[in-house]
Ligand binder design. Structure first.
Ligand code: PHE
Ligand code: ZN
Length: 853
């Protein structure tokens, strides 16, 4: 896929580093425009590498002041990407290399390396940001112990590890655990701590802090609760304890991603850690909990065991996502969590896997590694581990993980190492399974059934579609969890895992009294597309009776998609099967409210576009928009009699609690209010807005009002109330774009971006507006092409300051092959215009190049 680009880096070219690096001493003299960084690297020739090599250090945008070996100045050859010391100048035994450089954090809007956010210094080094701080072998297989001295007048000075000394204007930190440079962090600012404490199962007292800007102290309690829960969970479930005396989390407003797992000093986008009932929705609370857990879990899966090279990124990310998903399921609801995860997987990963940006979970080449922090590496990477666990069973999974931690602690490992612990634990040969890591694309599994003489035969066939650079691929090992129900809804064959390993295989079930109804791919046991023509009545039956909650939801989902597709393509009316089936779920008090809320959420427009495209249609965004709204209205009428009662029953009494049960009730109440709004012009939603004492309900009802074209007064009220609050204001921006009609959305975006408080250099604000534009399917794909052009303009503008965020947001265009020729031409035109921009970043040029290939 990146075959012709001279900047391509390849897995096949991996070589160990020429030197071993044992210890590093860094001194920072902080200054906004002239920070001095002194580095002392304790190096020695690496016996495992080819002898006699030059010493090459990575470095970008650094001004070299001095360079010396064992105290003697040496001549270094400096170029745009690093520094070279000729082999002839290098001692044959251990030596100390000292450098001093100057950098300018204030002008750094890429938010990579050392930068400033609201007067505070902070760093972001993953994947290759450390080279913007000092000359260094900036690669994950070079692991060293760091000692850091920070000199600054700012009151709070933090780095990795344990504090070892501080005085007026300085602080020193020592991290006893060897780590790669991407886990380095430094923070300096006027910060306030929300403190906590945790005693590990090994008896270590750990001081916990969440550091925030003055004024945000009241939004830390939830994050602290989540941190303690994560620490306890990792001990209980994986036997992993924390390993330093202190664990710091810092909230920063300007951050490209969600958060970063720097050793002992996690840095968070403030959106991913701050939460209070008045400013955060239930979804925000759940996300904060999950991200805190994710970053904490990295301490073992990522930090203690890291990646040999960036091609192995899924080694830490897939596993850590898998672990955070398990954690959220344990704390909340496994059924609901699984549905949410699959919704996300399909919306982002299947979309990626089916388009021009498809790549393997472990890619074998890249131009810019930042472009591979993707749904495929993260979410599909987690799915692959879920399949492995299902195939070997829970007990062997636990044994394999123990072996992984024993064998690779302190190492920089590979996917081969990871698979070997499973092979050694179970005796299984995982060479075929490994294709999940090396081959891109979503397998399609088709199903045929046969019933004769009391034998039910299920035939499964898999096809693995071509993806960029991978025309042909082999059959995968696909665990297909299946259960059989008899016609009165009793389960006659409980969940069984069928292992599909060939292109086509049949599985027999004997001794059945009547033809069963099959529930296939229970729990979404593999990240595949199930292709099967099922009569609506059978889907309705499973929606009513399946004992597997995921497949129960899935049956309703599939039914809704079938109905919507017919409404869009043939102008059909919504079917009674669907309306009755959903009504039963809506009012079934035996079901979890959160599950009911999810079941009543209609398939999204982008999802319908993908579904229609896969079925051989050219999706019409305007028709999808109309049909989805028509179905929503039809459902509102169908449910009308029960809605007021449902809305009342879902009011949560007492003071606000963000727990899953209360959140589920609020979610279902908002679904009911959304339907009611279609019938009463928003009267109830308006009342709910006025009465709300929490952000979930005030923001939820505001969104409902805007969605039906009402709510101007509430929108103004919301703005007035939250003017000074960056995170809440992001919601205010986003909801207007998200609910704008297809005709109006470009104007809405233009108006919002002209406001003084549209700080486009702040990634959260940029995403709130420009990200919401591409999230508004019918608006983004409006036939005028205005939104395509608008997005391209903003990507070009942002790329000059922040390539990473610009590049990530360019994926809005990845779905271009789905649409009609006019839209395709306009989208490609927008991409070509971006590509022609002088000075385009490596990040954005790689992405655009792949989309145009
Ligand atoms: N490693 C971070 C995580 O998964 C994500 C990240 C990547 C953050 C690159 C910043 C930069 O949690
Ligand atoms: Zn991660």
């Amino acid at each position: 896929m990146t075959a012709d680009d001279p900047r391509t880096v390849r897995l096949a070219d991996y070589q160990p580093y020429s030197h071993l690096l044992d210890r590093v001493e860094l001194t920072f003299h902080l200054h906004p425009t002239a920070t001095r960084v002194q580095a002392r690297l304790h190096l020695a020739p690496n016996p495992a590498a080819r002898a006699g090599q030059d010493l090459r250090l990575d470095g970008e945008d650094l001004r070299l002041i001095s360079c010396a070996i064992d105290g003697q100045a040496v001549a270094a050859a400096v170029d745009a990407t690093g520094l070279t010391l000729a082999a002839a100048h290098l001692p044959q035994a251990a030596f100390v290399l000292e450098t001093e450089v100057e950098i300018a954090p204030e002008g750094n809007f890429a938010l990579e390396g050392l930068y400033m956010s609201n007067g505070m210094y902070c760093t972001q080094c993953e994947a290759q940001g450390f080279r913007k701080i000092t000359y260094y072998p900036d690669r994950p297989d070079v692991m060293a112990r760091f000692r850091v001295r920070i000199e600054s007048d700012l009151p709070v000075l933090l780095s990795n590890g344990n504090p070892v000394g501080q005085g007026a204007g300085w602080a020193e930190w020592d991290d006893p655990w060897p780590k790669p440079s991407y886990l380095f962090a430094l923070v300096a600012g006027d910060l306030r701590a929300h403190p906590g404490q945790f005693t590990t199962m090994e008896g270590r007292d750990v001081g916990l802090n969440i550091w925030v800007r003055p004024g945000d102290e009241g939004r830390c309690a939830w994050g602290m609760t989540a941190l303690k829960a994560s620490m306890a969970w990792d001990e209980r479930v994986y036997g992993r304890a924390y390993d330093l005396d202190i664990f710091n989390i810092v909230a920063v407003d300007d951050f490209n991603m969600g958060a970063m797992e720097n050793k002992g000093l996690n840095i968070f986008n403030s959106k991913a850690v701050l939460a209070s009932s008045d400013t955060a929705t239930d979804d925000d609370f759940a996300r904060v909990e999950a991200i805190i857990a994710h970053e904490y879990f990295h301490n073992w899966t990522g930090n203690r065991i890291t990646c040999r090279d960036w091609f192995q990124l899924c080694l830490k990310e897939g596993l850590t996502v898998f672990r955070d998903q398990q954690f959220s399921g344990d704390l909340r609801s496994h059924a609901v969590k699984r549905i949410e995860d699959v919704l996300m997987l399909r919306a982002r990963q299947f979309r990626e896997d089916g388009g021009p940006l498809a790549h393997a979970v472990r890619p074998d080449s890249f131009v810019e590694i930042n472009n591979f922090y993707t749904a495929t590496v993260y979410e599909k990477g987690a799915e692959v581990i879920g399949m492995l666990k299902r195939l070997v069973g829970d007990a062997d999974y636990a044994r394999a993980l123990d072996l992984y931690f024993d064998r690779h602690d302190g190492q920089a490992a590979t996917i081969e190492d990871w698979l070997r612990v499973f092979e050694d634990t179970t005796g299984r040969d995982l060479s075929q399974f490994k294709r999940w890591y090396t081959e891109a694309g979503t397998p399609v599994v088709s199903v045929t059934e046969d019933w004769a003489d009391g034998v039910y035969t299920l035939t499964l066939a898999q096809t693995n579609p071509a993806t960029p650079g991978q025309a042909v691929k082999g059959a995968k090992v696909i665990p297909v969890a299946v259960g059989l129900l008899n016609p009165n809804g009793d389960e006659v064959v409980p969940t069984t895992v069928l292992e599909l390993t060939e292109a086509k295989q049949s599985f027999e079930f004997k001794g059945l009294a009547s033809r069963p109804v099959a529930s296939i791919l229970r729990g979404f046991s593999a990240p595949v597309i199930l292709e099967r023509t099922v009569p609506a009545s059978e889907r309705a039956f499973l929606l009513a009776h399946d004992t597997d909650s995921f497949n129960r939801w899935e049956a309703g989902r599939a039914l809704a998609k079938d109905v919507l597709a017919r409404m869009i393509v043939d102008g059909a009316a919504p079917s009674a099967d669907l309306l009755d089936g959903l009504a039963r779920v809506a009012f079934d008090d035996a079901l979890e409210p959160a599950f009911r809320a999810l079941a009543l959420r209609l398939p999204g427009e982008d999802d319908m576009a993908a579904t229609l495209y896969a079925a051989g249609h050219v999706p019409d965004p305007a028709a999808i928009y109309r049909a989805r709204r028509a179905l929503h209205l039809a459902l509102a009428h169908h449910l009308a009699a029960g809605l007021p009662g449902l809305e009342l029953a879902c009011r949560v009494p007492g003071s606000f609690s963000p727990d899953a049960k209360a959140a589920g009730l609020r979610a279902l109440r908002l679904v009911a209010l959304g339907f009611l709004a279609r019938l009463d012009g928003g009267a109830q939603a308006r009342a709910a807005y006025r009465a709300a004492d929490n952000m979930t309900e005030s923001f939820g009802s505001l969104a409902i009002l805007l969605d039906i074209g009402e709510g101007r007064a509430e929108l103004a009220d919301f703005a007035a109330k939250w003017q000074g609050d960056r995170l809440v204001l992001d919601k205010w921006f986003a909801v207007q774009v998200g609910t704008a009609t297809p005709e109006r959305v470009a104007d809405v975006v233009r108006d919002l971006t002209q406001r003084a408080d549209f700080d486009w250099k702040n990634p959260n604000r940029f995403r709130a507006v420009i990200g919401a534009l591409s999230g508004n399917h019918a608006g983004f794909h409006h036939a005028s092409g205005e939104s395509y052009a608008l997005l391209a303009d903003w990507l070009i503008k942002l790329d000059a300051k922040n390539p990473q965020t610009a590049s990530r947001m360019s994926t809005a265009f990845e779905s271009w092959p789905r649409y009609d020729v006019d839209r395709q031409a306009m989208m490609r035109g927008a991409l070509q215009r971006i590509m022609a921009t002088p000075g385009l970043s490596r990040d954005l040029s790689e992405m655009v190049g792949r989309m145009l290939a």
